[in-house]
Design a binder for this molecule. Structure first.
Ligand code: ACM
Length: 273
């Protein structure tokens, strides 16, 4: 477990959370639109939504397979160029193909390519008939000065996701999302507070109705501090870039009072799980 004792020093980082409205299946347009939204901003970490280059509602596995790529593919190459141009690490949700298997993944990309991959563990609704379940656990990576973990969308409703990342030392949880239920944004205040981590949810807007059912995505991307304070909120129906400065020091102190520590006070023997 990451050491949470002693004097923490301030380490400032700038986050950009990008809220997009992808065109289903048009990876080129969607990448251009992300690049335009980011513009000439510089940052330390850019967070993009789930499946941000393909869109969400695949009709079947064949269609998903035709749009999915490996982490060495052209989408991640282009995200590496965005990383280089902005001096920033980039977290992006994308459809990953690995040895014929399809994952709803999130990648951490630096200027030379992918530095970390997370594969969505908790698949939502019809994703269950399209994607393989994530098989990499909840890894924690370095992104500049920060220890960074990733969750993808529906992972939020399982507190174990954020807890596992926090216990493994994550200070920032990057959370690419395509949210359709109304609860996540409020729940992220609790997830951040109960783990003393920063959580940055990058959600999308718009609607997809490629089958009989129309899905409406809820926007309102959000960044929450370890104190539970909301640092930035996106609009409900427009594309947006949230710019937030954070101090990692806040995530390194796990005390709630001088006598209460979020991790040391856990009573594992009492939980019976
Ligand atoms: C979701 O997990 N995309 C709702």
């Amino acid at each position: 477990m990451y050491c949470t004792r002693g004097f923490a020093i301030s380490i400032y980082m700038k986050l950009l959370v990008v809220q997009t409205n992808p065109e289903f299946g048009d990876k080129k347009t969607n990448l251009e639109s992300i690049e335009t939204l980011v513009g000439d901003r510089k940052a330390d970490l850019i967070i993009l939504p789930e499946l941000c280059t393909t869109g969400y509602q695949f009709k079947n596995k064949k269609e998903l397979d035709s749009l999915a790529e490996s982490t060495q593919g052209p989408t991640c190459e282009r995200l590496a160029k965005l990383s280089a141009r902005t001096n920033s690490h980039v977290v992006a949700g994308f459809a990953e193909k690995d040895q014929g298997r399809l994952f709803n993944s999130s990648v951490l990309v630096g200027p030379d390519g992918v530095e970390g991959t997370y594969r969505k563990v908790h698949l939502f609704y019809k994703e269950k008939s399209l994607f393989h379940e994530g098989d990499l656990g909840f890894p924690v990576f370095r992104a500049g000065d920060a220890r960074l973990g990733m969750m993808v969308c529906f992972d939020w409703i399982f507190p174990e996701s954020a807890r596992t990342l926090a216990l493994k030392g994550a200070e920032i949880i990057a959370h690419p999302a395509n949210l359709v239920l109304p609860h996540c944004q409020r729940a992220m205040i609790t997830r951040a507070l109960e783990n003393h981590v920063f959580i940055a949810t990058a959600n999308r807007i718009g609607a997809e109705g490629r089958e009989s059912e129309q899905l409406v995505f809820t926007g309102q991307s959000r960044v929450v501090a370890p104190s539970g304070k909301v640092l930035a909120d996106g609009p409900r129906e427009a594309q947006a870039v949230l710019e937030v400065n954070i101090d990692l020091k806040e995530a390194r102190d796990k005390h709630i009072t001088s006598k209460n520590h979020l991790f040391d006070d856990r009573r594992k023997g009492q939980y019976e799980i």
